[in-house]
Design a binder for this molecule. Structure first.
Ligand code: BTN
Length: 328
Protein backbone atom coordinates (compact mmCIF):
# COMPACT_ATOMS: atom_id res chain seq x y z
CA UNK A 1 0.00 0.00 0.00
CA UNK A 2 1.22 3.50 -0.75
CA UNK A 3 0.74 6.72 1.13
CA UNK A 4 -0.49 9.72 -0.90
CA UNK A 5 2.11 11.03 -3.38
CA UNK A 6 2.37 14.43 -1.73
CA UNK A 7 2.98 12.94 1.69
CA UNK A 8 5.66 10.63 0.29
CA UNK A 9 7.33 13.52 -1.51
CA UNK A 10 7.37 15.67 1.61
CA UNK A 11 8.80 12.81 3.63
CA UNK A 12 11.50 12.20 1.04
CA UNK A 13 12.47 15.88 1.24
CA UNK A 14 12.40 15.97 5.05
CA UNK A 15 14.19 12.62 5.43
CA UNK A 16 17.57 14.42 5.66
CA UNK A 17 16.55 15.79 9.07
CA UNK A 18 17.40 19.37 7.96
CA UNK A 19 15.14 22.42 8.00
CA UNK A 20 13.10 23.07 4.86
CA UNK A 21 11.20 26.30 4.48
CA UNK A 22 7.48 26.23 3.83
CA UNK A 23 8.10 28.14 0.60
CA UNK A 24 10.65 25.61 -0.71
CA UNK A 25 8.40 22.69 0.18
CA UNK A 26 5.43 24.43 -1.44
CA UNK A 27 7.45 25.00 -4.64
CA UNK A 28 8.78 21.45 -4.71
CA UNK A 29 5.29 19.99 -4.37
CA UNK A 30 3.52 22.68 -6.42
CA UNK A 31 1.07 23.31 -3.59
CA UNK A 32 0.26 26.28 -1.35
CA UNK A 33 2.04 26.92 1.96
CA UNK A 34 -1.13 26.17 3.86
CA UNK A 35 -1.37 22.84 2.03
CA UNK A 36 2.25 22.16 3.13
CA UNK A 37 1.27 22.93 6.70
CA UNK A 38 -1.61 20.45 6.42
CA UNK A 39 0.74 17.78 5.07
CA UNK A 40 3.24 18.41 7.85
CA UNK A 41 0.54 18.09 10.49
CA UNK A 42 -0.45 14.75 8.97
CA UNK A 43 3.01 13.36 9.78
CA UNK A 44 1.90 12.80 13.36
CA UNK A 45 -0.55 10.16 12.03
CA UNK A 46 2.50 8.26 10.77
CA UNK A 47 4.03 8.43 14.22
CA UNK A 48 6.63 11.04 13.27
CA UNK A 49 7.63 14.01 15.38
CA UNK A 50 8.72 17.29 13.76
CA UNK A 51 9.53 20.82 14.75
CA UNK A 52 8.51 24.07 13.11
CA UNK A 53 10.70 27.11 13.70
CA UNK A 54 9.75 30.47 12.30
CA UNK A 55 12.30 31.76 9.80
CA UNK A 56 13.72 28.23 9.33
CA UNK A 57 10.80 26.04 8.41
CA UNK A 58 10.09 22.42 9.24
CA UNK A 59 12.27 19.50 10.10
CA UNK A 60 11.81 15.96 11.34
CA UNK A 61 13.17 15.32 14.84
CA UNK A 62 15.32 12.59 13.34
CA UNK A 63 16.60 11.95 9.82
CA UNK A 64 15.17 8.86 8.10
CA UNK A 65 16.75 6.33 5.78
CA UNK A 66 13.81 5.14 3.75
CA UNK A 67 13.79 1.52 2.59
CA UNK A 68 14.89 0.81 -0.97
CA UNK A 69 14.80 -2.67 -2.49
CA UNK A 70 18.05 -2.08 -4.42
CA UNK A 71 19.92 -1.12 -1.24
CA UNK A 72 18.48 -4.04 0.74
CA UNK A 73 19.42 -6.46 -2.04
CA UNK A 74 23.00 -5.18 -2.08
CA UNK A 75 23.33 -6.38 1.51
CA UNK A 76 21.69 -9.79 1.03
CA UNK A 77 24.08 -12.76 0.81
CA UNK A 78 23.99 -14.97 -2.27
CA UNK A 79 22.74 -17.90 -0.17
CA UNK A 80 19.82 -15.91 1.25
CA UNK A 81 19.10 -14.24 -2.09
CA UNK A 82 18.53 -17.66 -3.64
CA UNK A 83 15.85 -18.37 -1.01
CA UNK A 84 13.89 -15.14 -1.57
CA UNK A 85 10.99 -15.18 -4.06
CA UNK A 86 10.26 -11.48 -3.83
CA UNK A 87 10.78 -8.50 -1.55
CA UNK A 88 7.85 -6.14 -1.15
CA UNK A 89 8.22 -2.79 0.56
CA UNK A 90 5.00 -1.11 1.63
CA UNK A 91 4.83 2.50 2.71
CA UNK A 92 1.89 1.72 4.90
CA UNK A 93 0.11 -1.50 5.76
CA UNK A 94 -2.04 -2.77 8.60
CA UNK A 95 0.48 -5.47 9.58
CA UNK A 96 3.18 -7.18 7.50
CA UNK A 97 2.28 -10.44 9.28
CA UNK A 98 -1.47 -10.17 8.56
CA UNK A 99 -0.69 -9.29 4.96
CA UNK A 100 1.50 -12.37 4.43
CA UNK A 101 -1.00 -14.63 6.21
CA UNK A 102 -3.51 -13.47 3.61
CA UNK A 103 -1.01 -13.87 0.76
CA UNK A 104 -0.25 -17.38 1.98
CA UNK A 105 -3.92 -18.25 1.56
CA UNK A 106 -3.68 -16.92 -1.99
CA UNK A 107 -0.79 -19.32 -2.68
CA UNK A 108 2.06 -16.82 -2.47
CA UNK A 109 5.35 -18.73 -2.67
CA UNK A 110 7.73 -19.60 0.12
CA UNK A 111 10.34 -16.88 0.50
CA UNK A 112 7.96 -13.95 0.03
CA UNK A 113 9.40 -11.10 2.10
CA UNK A 114 7.51 -8.02 3.19
CA UNK A 115 8.82 -4.84 4.82
CA UNK A 116 6.75 -1.83 5.80
CA UNK A 117 7.71 1.74 6.61
CA UNK A 118 4.63 2.10 8.79
CA UNK A 119 2.13 -0.38 10.26
CA UNK A 120 -1.29 0.90 11.24
CA UNK A 121 -2.17 -2.27 13.17
CA UNK A 122 1.21 -3.84 13.97
CA UNK A 123 0.67 -7.00 16.03
CA UNK A 124 2.63 -8.11 19.06
CA UNK A 125 2.23 -11.36 20.95
CA UNK A 126 -0.89 -11.98 23.00
CA UNK A 127 -2.98 -9.48 21.04
CA UNK A 128 -0.76 -6.55 21.91
CA UNK A 129 -0.19 -3.66 19.57
CA UNK A 130 3.27 -3.19 18.03
CA UNK A 131 4.01 0.52 17.78
CA UNK A 132 5.23 1.12 14.22
CA UNK A 133 6.16 4.73 13.40
CA UNK A 134 7.05 5.51 9.78
CA UNK A 135 10.59 4.87 8.56
CA UNK A 136 11.99 4.55 12.07
CA UNK A 137 12.36 0.84 12.85
CA UNK A 138 12.29 -2.49 11.05
CA UNK A 139 8.98 -4.26 10.47
CA UNK A 140 9.64 -7.42 8.52
CA UNK A 141 7.72 -10.60 7.75
CA UNK A 142 8.76 -13.68 5.81
CA UNK A 143 6.42 -16.35 4.46
CA UNK A 144 7.86 -19.86 4.49
CA UNK A 145 6.28 -23.16 3.52
CA UNK A 146 7.27 -26.38 5.31
CA UNK A 147 6.57 -29.95 4.20
CA UNK A 148 5.76 -31.24 7.68
CA UNK A 149 3.16 -30.12 10.21
CA UNK A 150 3.47 -27.40 12.89
CA UNK A 151 5.10 -29.78 15.41
CA UNK A 152 8.17 -30.04 13.15
CA UNK A 153 8.82 -26.33 13.45
CA UNK A 154 8.19 -25.85 17.16
CA UNK A 155 10.97 -23.72 18.61
CA UNK A 156 11.43 -21.87 15.31
CA UNK A 157 11.03 -18.49 17.01
CA UNK A 158 14.00 -19.32 19.26
CA UNK A 159 16.14 -20.00 16.20
CA UNK A 160 14.94 -16.71 14.68
CA UNK A 161 16.25 -14.93 17.78
CA UNK A 162 19.67 -16.50 17.18
CA UNK A 163 19.64 -15.26 13.56
CA UNK A 164 18.78 -11.72 14.69
CA UNK A 165 21.67 -11.67 17.18
CA UNK A 166 24.08 -12.92 14.51
CA UNK A 167 22.93 -10.13 12.17
CA UNK A 168 23.39 -7.50 14.89
CA UNK A 169 26.88 -8.82 15.64
CA UNK A 170 27.76 -8.41 11.97
CA UNK A 171 26.94 -4.70 12.51
CA UNK A 172 29.24 -4.61 15.56
CA UNK A 173 26.24 -4.51 17.91
CA UNK A 174 27.13 -6.84 20.75
CA UNK A 175 25.77 -7.80 24.16
CA UNK A 176 22.22 -8.31 22.97
CA UNK A 177 20.25 -11.03 24.73
CA UNK A 178 17.22 -13.22 24.16
CA UNK A 179 14.36 -13.45 26.62
CA UNK A 180 12.34 -16.63 26.28
CA UNK A 181 10.47 -17.19 24.17
CA UNK A 182 10.46 -14.41 21.58
CA UNK A 183 12.04 -11.21 22.82
CA UNK A 184 15.26 -9.50 21.88
CA UNK A 185 16.63 -7.74 24.91
CA UNK A 186 19.36 -5.33 25.94
CA UNK A 187 20.11 -4.40 29.53
CA UNK A 188 16.72 -5.45 30.82
CA UNK A 189 14.79 -3.64 28.09
CA UNK A 190 13.00 -4.87 25.03
CA UNK A 191 14.72 -4.10 21.72
CA UNK A 192 12.60 -6.27 19.46
CA UNK A 193 10.10 -9.07 19.23
CA UNK A 194 9.29 -12.06 17.06
CA UNK A 195 5.81 -13.22 16.14
CA UNK A 196 5.47 -16.52 14.27
CA UNK A 197 2.02 -17.37 12.92
CA UNK A 198 1.64 -20.95 11.72
CA UNK A 199 -1.21 -22.50 9.76
CA UNK A 200 -1.65 -25.94 8.27
CA UNK A 201 -2.61 -29.53 8.91
CA UNK A 202 -1.24 -31.49 11.87
CA UNK A 203 0.37 -33.96 9.47
CA UNK A 204 1.64 -31.20 7.18
CA UNK A 205 2.30 -29.30 5.12
CA UNK A 206 2.22 -26.02 7.01
CA UNK A 207 3.16 -22.45 6.38
CA UNK A 208 4.61 -19.90 8.75
CA UNK A 209 4.69 -16.14 8.69
CA UNK A 210 7.73 -15.07 10.65
CA UNK A 211 7.47 -11.48 11.84
CA UNK A 212 10.22 -9.37 13.33
CA UNK A 213 9.95 -5.91 14.84
CA UNK A 214 13.27 -4.30 15.74
CA UNK A 215 13.55 -0.85 17.28
CA UNK A 216 16.12 1.38 15.62
CA UNK A 217 14.86 4.77 16.67
CA UNK A 218 11.57 5.21 18.48
CA UNK A 219 10.37 8.84 18.08
CA UNK A 220 9.70 10.50 21.42
CA UNK A 221 6.03 11.10 20.61
CA UNK A 222 5.56 7.31 20.35
CA UNK A 223 7.43 6.26 23.45
CA UNK A 224 4.51 6.78 25.84
CA UNK A 225 2.41 4.21 23.92
CA UNK A 226 4.84 1.37 24.70
CA UNK A 227 3.74 -0.18 27.97
CA UNK A 228 6.92 -2.03 28.85
CA UNK A 229 10.59 -1.14 29.32
CA UNK A 230 12.01 -0.68 25.83
CA UNK A 231 15.16 0.41 24.09
CA UNK A 232 16.32 1.00 20.54
CA UNK A 233 19.56 0.62 18.59
CA UNK A 234 20.27 4.34 18.54
CA UNK A 235 20.29 4.33 22.37
CA UNK A 236 22.40 1.16 22.53
CA UNK A 237 25.00 2.26 19.99
CA UNK A 238 24.86 6.00 20.66
CA UNK A 239 24.69 6.44 16.87
CA UNK A 240 21.90 8.29 15.14
CA UNK A 241 22.76 6.97 11.64
CA UNK A 242 21.93 3.29 11.54
CA UNK A 243 21.95 2.20 7.89
CA UNK A 244 18.49 0.70 7.90
CA UNK A 245 18.69 -0.83 4.42
CA UNK A 246 21.99 -2.53 5.15
CA UNK A 247 20.68 -3.92 8.43
CA UNK A 248 17.50 -5.12 6.68
CA UNK A 249 19.67 -6.98 4.13
CA UNK A 250 21.88 -8.46 6.84
CA UNK A 251 18.83 -9.66 8.76
CA UNK A 252 17.56 -11.47 5.67
CA UNK A 253 21.02 -12.97 5.13
CA UNK A 254 20.93 -14.61 8.55
CA UNK A 255 17.22 -15.34 8.81
CA UNK A 256 16.58 -17.16 5.55
CA UNK A 257 19.24 -19.88 5.82
CA UNK A 258 18.15 -20.66 9.39
CA UNK A 259 14.49 -20.85 8.33
CA UNK A 260 15.32 -22.95 5.28
CA UNK A 261 17.29 -25.58 7.19
CA UNK A 262 15.03 -25.60 10.25
CA UNK A 263 12.78 -28.46 9.26
CA UNK A 264 15.86 -30.66 8.84
CA UNK A 265 17.79 -29.72 11.97
CA UNK A 266 15.19 -28.42 14.47
CA UNK A 267 15.89 -26.34 17.54
CA UNK A 268 18.66 -28.66 18.81
CA UNK A 269 21.09 -27.24 16.23
CA UNK A 270 20.69 -23.76 17.74
CA UNK A 271 20.27 -24.45 21.45
CA UNK A 272 23.89 -24.00 22.52
CA UNK A 273 24.04 -20.62 20.87
CA UNK A 274 20.58 -19.66 22.19
CA UNK A 275 21.74 -20.49 25.72
CA UNK A 276 24.73 -18.14 25.26
CA UNK A 277 22.29 -15.28 24.71
CA UNK A 278 19.74 -16.31 27.36
CA UNK A 279 19.18 -13.29 29.57
CA UNK A 280 16.69 -14.98 31.91
CA UNK A 281 18.77 -17.91 33.11
CA UNK A 282 19.36 -17.86 36.86
CA UNK A 283 16.98 -14.93 37.40
CA UNK A 284 14.11 -14.87 39.81
CA UNK A 285 11.04 -14.49 37.65
CA UNK A 286 7.30 -15.04 37.34
CA UNK A 287 5.73 -16.85 34.43
CA UNK A 288 2.16 -15.90 33.57
CA UNK A 289 -0.10 -18.26 31.63
CA UNK A 290 -3.49 -16.61 31.38
CA UNK A 291 -4.59 -16.05 34.98
CA UNK A 292 -2.09 -18.52 36.40
CA UNK A 293 1.31 -17.50 37.75
CA UNK A 294 4.41 -19.53 38.55
CA UNK A 295 7.22 -18.06 40.64
CA UNK A 296 10.72 -19.38 40.83
CA UNK A 297 14.21 -19.25 39.38
CA UNK A 298 14.67 -19.67 35.65
CA UNK A 299 16.98 -22.59 34.87
CA UNK A 300 17.32 -22.05 31.14
CA UNK A 301 15.61 -24.15 28.49
CA UNK A 302 15.44 -27.90 27.99
CA UNK A 303 16.53 -29.71 24.82
CA UNK A 304 13.21 -28.86 23.17
CA UNK A 305 13.51 -25.15 23.90
CA UNK A 306 10.95 -25.25 26.72
CA UNK A 307 11.43 -22.98 29.72
CA UNK A 308 12.60 -24.53 32.99
CA UNK A 309 11.55 -22.94 36.26
CA UNK A 310 12.69 -24.16 39.65
CA UNK A 311 10.15 -23.48 42.37
CA UNK A 312 11.10 -22.65 45.94
CA UNK A 313 10.59 -26.28 46.99
CA UNK A 314 13.26 -27.30 44.45
CA UNK A 315 10.90 -28.93 41.98
CA UNK A 316 11.44 -28.20 38.30
CA UNK A 317 8.61 -27.36 35.92
CA UNK A 318 8.73 -27.18 32.14
CA UNK A 319 6.71 -24.65 30.14
CA UNK A 320 5.92 -24.50 26.44
CA UNK A 321 4.40 -21.01 26.48
CA UNK A 322 3.75 -18.02 28.70
CA UNK A 323 4.96 -14.56 29.49
CA UNK A 324 7.93 -14.13 31.79
CA UNK A 325 8.52 -11.10 33.91
CA UNK A 326 11.72 -10.47 35.87
CA UNK A 327 11.46 -10.06 39.63
CA UNK A 328 13.70 -7.31 40.92
C1 BTN B 1 6.19 -9.24 20.30
O1 BTN B 1 7.26 -9.16 20.89
O2 BTN B 1 5.13 -9.06 20.88
C2 BTN B 1 6.21 -9.59 18.82
C3 BTN B 1 6.32 -8.34 17.98
C4 BTN B 1 6.34 -8.63 16.49
C5 BTN B 1 6.23 -7.35 15.67
C6 BTN B 1 6.45 -7.60 14.23
S1 BTN B 1 6.61 -6.10 13.30
C7 BTN B 1 6.54 -6.99 11.83
C8 BTN B 1 5.49 -8.06 12.01
N1 BTN B 1 4.18 -7.54 11.70
C9 BTN B 1 3.40 -7.48 12.77
O3 BTN B 1 2.24 -7.05 12.79
N2 BTN B 1 4.05 -7.96 13.84
C10 BTN B 1 5.38 -8.40 13.50
Amino acid sequence: MNIPDKQKKILTLLADGEFHSGTNLADALSISRSAVWKQINGLADLGLAHSAVSGKGYRLDKSLELLLASKINEAVSEQAGALISSIEIHDQIDSTNSYLVERAQQNAPSGTVCFAEHQTAGKGRRGRQWISPYGSNIYLSILWRFQQGPAAISGLSLAIGVAVIRALKQHQIHDIGLKWPNDIYSQGKKLGGILVEVSGETDGPCSAVIGLGLNLFVPKNQAHSINQAWTDLSKITGQSRLFRNKLAGTLLSYLLPIIDEYEGVGIKAHLDEWRDYDCLNGKSATLFIGQQRFDGHVRGVDDNGMLLIESQDGSMQTFASGEVSFNS
